[in-house]
Design a binder for this molecule. Sequence first.
Ligand SMILES: C[S@@+](CC[C@H](N)C(=O)[O-])C[C@H]1O[C@@H](n2cnc3c(N)ncnc32)[C@H](O)[C@@H]1O
Length: 376
Amino acid sequence: MQGDASVGERKNTQEMEVEKVFHMKKGVDHTSYARNSLLQRTISSQAGPIIVESARKVYDTLRPECLMMAEMGCSSGPNSLLLVSKIIDVIDEASRSINCQCPQFGVFLNDLPGNDFNTLFNLLPNFNQGLQEAKGSGFRPCFVSGIPKSFYGRVFPDKFLHFVHSSNSLHWLSQVPKGLVSENGEALNKGNIVLAKSSPPEIHKAYYAQFESDFTLFLRSRSREMVSGGGMVVVLTGSINSDDPDSMLELVGPILQDMVLKGVIEQEKVDEFNMPLYTPTVEEVRKLVEAEESFALNKLETFTTDWSVDTSQTLETQAKFVAKTIRAVVEPLITTAFGHAVMDDLFLMSETRVKERIAKKTGEFFNIVLSVTKKD
Ligand SMILES: C[S@@+](CC[C@H](N)C(=O)[O-])C[C@H]1O[C@@H](n2cnc3c(N)ncnc32)[C@H](O)[C@@H]1O
């Protein structure tokens, strides 16, 4: 059942333990992440050629008997299993082309403990049946399991994984950065709920410091868990310039302000609310990968995706689509801070704001794709 924070339980984001409360919208109803993640699916499929190229290279160089792969930040929709199928297809094809038996697969679906793993697991019978039908009786087993743990830290044993993939997840931080409140308790990122163009420089510093620490910990943890020659591809939302952060969620701040004016929520609560999200530049990602030193950089590229995926639709349809996408991602966090009652209003209002951005043709995601190989 979807949790609704009662007034007494509501928390500001400084107090919130992100790893305990963060998840996408559960279930399969019309507002769920499972039904509203076409944008994320489109982004991963745009990066698809780089993802499968890396997996193929791992197979060609290591030829494991059982290929261990991790999907990090798998969430509850169909996107992760669709990608796993693509990777299996490519490796199956590669093994056939050299008359070898396809390896077995160990697939580890990782997300935070609050993720709706049940909805994901319900997709497994069809996933397994699809594999058996497509590959025939000679196809060897694919062992799928769920791993509820933060990817910021160790998740697997030493030298265990051959391939790691993560899409649309690593821009989420392990916590709301420290330093968003002054020494006398005043909120410093007022008017915004993420790092935004109008945020003061100290807010930028605080967000980058958190990203630097989290991303480095992610790399360090995976470097222990991956075998030498193993491959990893990370796709995340980025910003073109570090002083010009770009996030679709920036829109939600002004909407919350409108709700303060209507008397629906308190100004203080909005001032205190900040999302644990940072969209780095390519250079920031490059610098951190190089500084960590465990990985050889194969590719670091960027591409864009329209917020509404299909720009041939009417403005109305595009705005509804984007508002539903935003809702499926942020509803659990917003509910924790402001309660469930504000949700319907908030998302009706976000349609209007989204429409303005799309009409100005500025509704575009900037994505970064990183492909690395674990060094010896
Ligand atoms: C937008 S969803 C992306 C899901 C899927 N990869 C896709 O592309 O559709 C981001 C996911 O990352 C997960 N996530 C965020 N921080 C995480 C962490 N520290 N450890 C594991 N998963 C995390 C969230 O819970 C969420 O399910």
